[in-house]
Design a protein around this ligand. Structure first.
Ligand SMILES: Cc1cc2nc3c(=O)[nH]c(=O)nc-3n(C[C@H](O)[C@H](O)[C@H](O)COP(=O)(O)OP(=O)(O)OC[C@H]3O[C@@H](n4cnc5c(N)ncnc54)[C@H](O)[C@@H]3O)c2cc1C
Length: 372
């Protein structure tokens, strides 16, 4: 039995836990506990790795904007983004609500004709959709570089990262917490719950009510492509505005996702053949490209709160218990922003990148208090 004392225990070594741990470690002692053998094993290592400014509801779009300076290297001098673009095809009879919610508050989006869309991705069948939206500043994120950058920062500041450490119990310890991991006990003033799909279960271990998270499976498959056009590697991410499928060309291979959102229990997710086959069918109806058989497939969990905004902040019912969860399909691109918001709250500082009033509004929109 070993006992360790630290200011913060962060539960979960995905991008959420590692990013906030790195920022906190500049000012406090921090230990990250990760159940698996390495960081990023679950959702973080299974994403499509995209930065899309206009993806998600209004709260998420604020986070996307707030995260951009870090991702693009304006703050650190080291960008993790590379140009990609996104082309969204608007189907015949697309409902106005879908179009309006995408356009509300959108920036940098261009409406283009079906012919213009086919100039960008020549294999799309022009008769299968009405028009398209093109978002030129959508970008690929180097997720590994982002995760390793935060890990380096954590270690340089003497923070610890302990893998193979599944938290099994949490108990109140005076004003703080005791966190149990097998034979190891961590005493700390503050716990940060960054356990991804398991965040409600971790709250339960601490006697804190869940916020109502739903892990949703999203799958993807990879195909080898023989490029007839010579332009394949320059195609943007393309798919339907209604999210019935999307495709992403990368180095001679095409990633195709059914854009599925099936609620599942927290687990090591895997794809189902029927769902993958359905995506291929919908893709081939709209795209003149026969990718053949997939060479690889996988699935991961996108975990949503009931209002689909992340849950970031102190739980009003439990001293020293902070949430950093419910990032849905946006957790990589928003990580620098949610980490900064939570770290400033934990350290009781003002957020410098926004005026105080809008920062308060954003914090309220993210706070777990909205479910209490
Ligand atoms: C197919 C797919 C495509 C996606 N595409 C994008 C995209 O293009 N852009 C984007 O921004 N986002 C995307 N996402 C979403 C993004 O991947 C997630 O929002 C993000 O990775 C969530 O990070 P996290 O750290 O919260 O979760 P995770 O990476 O799942 O980390 C949580 C960690 O907590 C650990 N843990 C759980 N319970 C315990 C415990 N009791 N003790 C110790 N450790 C524990 C787990 O082992 C896990 O490693 C996508 C997701 C999927 C599945």
């Amino acid at each position: 039995m070993t006992a360790t004392t630290t200011d913060f225990v962060v539960i979960g070594g995905g991008i959420a836990g590692i990013s906030v741990a790195a920022l906190l470690s500049e000012h406090a002692s921090v230990t990250v506990l990760e159940a698996e053998s390495h960081t990023g094993y679950h959702s973080t290592g299974r994403s499509a790795a995209q930065y899309i400014r206009n993806y998600g509801n209004a709260t998420l779009r604020q986070l996307n904007d707030l995260a951009y300076p870090t991702l693009s290297g304006e703050l650190t001098g080291e960008s993790v983004l590379s140009a990609r673009g996104q082309l969204l095809l608007v189907l015949h009879n697309e409902c106005d609500a879908t179009i309006n919610s995408y356009l509300a508050g959108a920036s940098g989006v261009e409406k283009i004709s079906a012919t213009q869309a086919c100039d960008i991705v020549p294999v799309i069948k022009p008769a299968t959709f009405d028009f398209a939206f093109y978002e030129s500043d959508a970008a690929d994120i180097d997720v590994d570089q982002l995760l390793q950058g935060y890990t380096r920062e954590l270690k340089q500041n003497n923070g610890s990262l302990v893998t193979h450490s599944r938290v099994d119990t949490l108990a109140r310890d005076g004003d703080g917490w005791r966190v149990y991991c097998g034979d190891n006990i961590y005493s700390c003033a503050n716990v940060i719950n960054a356990a991804g799909a398991w965040a409600d279960a971790v709250a339960g271990m601490a006697g804190v009510s869940p916020v109502g998270l739903t892990p949703m499976r999203r799958s993807a498959q990879i195909f080898d492509i023989e490029d007839q056009s010579g332009t394949f590697d320059r195609w943007p991410l393309f798919g339907t505005l209604a999210e019935t499928w999307y495709a992403l060309p990368t180095a001679g291979r095409l990633m195709l996702s059914p854009a599925d959102e099936d609620p599942v229990e927290p687990r090591d997710a895997w794809p189902e053949d029927e769902i993958l086959a359905g995506a291929l069918d919908r893709f081939e109806q709209m795209v003149d490209l026969n990718p053949g058989r997939p060479v690889h497939s996988w699935a991961g969990l996108r975990t949503f709160a009931p209002d689909r905004s992340p849950v970031v902040g102190l739980d009003p019912t439990a001293n020293g218990f902070y949430w950093l969860a419910g990032q849905g399909g946006y957790g990589i691109q928003t990580a620098p922003a949610t980490a900064m918001l939570l770290a400033t709250q934990c350290l009781d500082q003002q957020l410098q990148h926004n005026d105080a009033e809008s920062s308060d509004r954003l914090s309220a929109a993210l706070s777990p208090a909205r479910f209490r």
